[in-house]
Ligand binder design. Structure first.
Ligand SMILES: [Mg+2]
Length: 223
């Protein structure tokens, strides 16, 4: 059995700014902050982004405030996705269809998105049906902890132990590479997000691609 754990933003899709706008608007409106200072999104978890937003604007980082922000964000995300010009990234549809047809391959998510945010984004781009389990960004500020959750979810879904060397993490940032290493997985990095190829190369993934059009061939030799 081989397990492939996919990141979402910059790897499978890009939402044309819908995700970031939904989160920042939710934060501004829910907490009465007129012009929130921007924070980095790429490779981070929603919980980690929220923590930084709270800290930078003097708001207590409590479970209650996080729940308020998450609910306000999800409300807006569903509305913003169709209004922004996002797209599925090159090669993704063909790769997921090809992998879904294979025996002994399980497809999951390893994403900083909150669970319902991941669902809304992937439903909008008609990719959600490929994924039955995953690790999400609801609880953990650090992506490495999400990776451990994804591995636990994989074992629960498959009802068996999964050797680390049969797990692949696929993502577009150095943090994806790092969190893959944290669970002993192999990593395919893809330069379709904001991180240039050289920056991803420095993180030393097992495979580095410009986009996912070549991924099926690259993985075929290894799965
Ligand atoms: Mg990403």
């Amino acid at each position: 059995m081989n397990v492939l754990l996919f990141d979402i933003d910059g790897t499978l899709i890009q939402t044309g700014g819908a995700g970031g706008k939904a989160l920042m608007t939710a934060f501004a409106e829910e907490f009465g902050i007129t012009d929130p200072r921007p924070v980095a999104f790429s490779g981070r978890t929603d919980r980690g982004i929220a923590r930084e937003l709270f800290e930078r604007h003097g708001i207590e980082d409590t479970a209650e405030n996080w729940e308020r922000l998450r609910a306000a964000y999800l409300q807006r995300l569903g509305r913003y996705l169709p209004r922004h010009q996002g797209h599925v990234l090159p090669g993704v549809v063909a790769l997921l269809e090809s992998l879904s047809r294979r025996d002994h391959v399980a497809l999951g998510l390893l994403t900083g998105n909150v669970r319902d945010g991941a669902r809304l984004k992937l439903e909008h781009y008609r990719l959600y049906h490929h994924f039955e389990f995953g690790g999400f960004g609801d609880l953990h500020p650090h992506r490495d902890d999400v990776a451990h959750d994804a591995l636990r979810a994989t074992r629960a879904h498959l009802r068996r132990d999964v050797p680390q060397e049969s797990v692949w993490v696929i993502g577009d940032t150095p943090m994806d590479v790092q969190c893959g290493r944290a669970i002993g997985a192999r990593v395919l990095a893809v330069a379709t997000g904001i991180h240039p190829r050289e920056e991803l190369a420095a993180a030393a993934p097992d495979i580095l691609l410009d986009d996912l059009r070549q991924a099926d061939g690259a993985l075929s030799e290894l799965l």
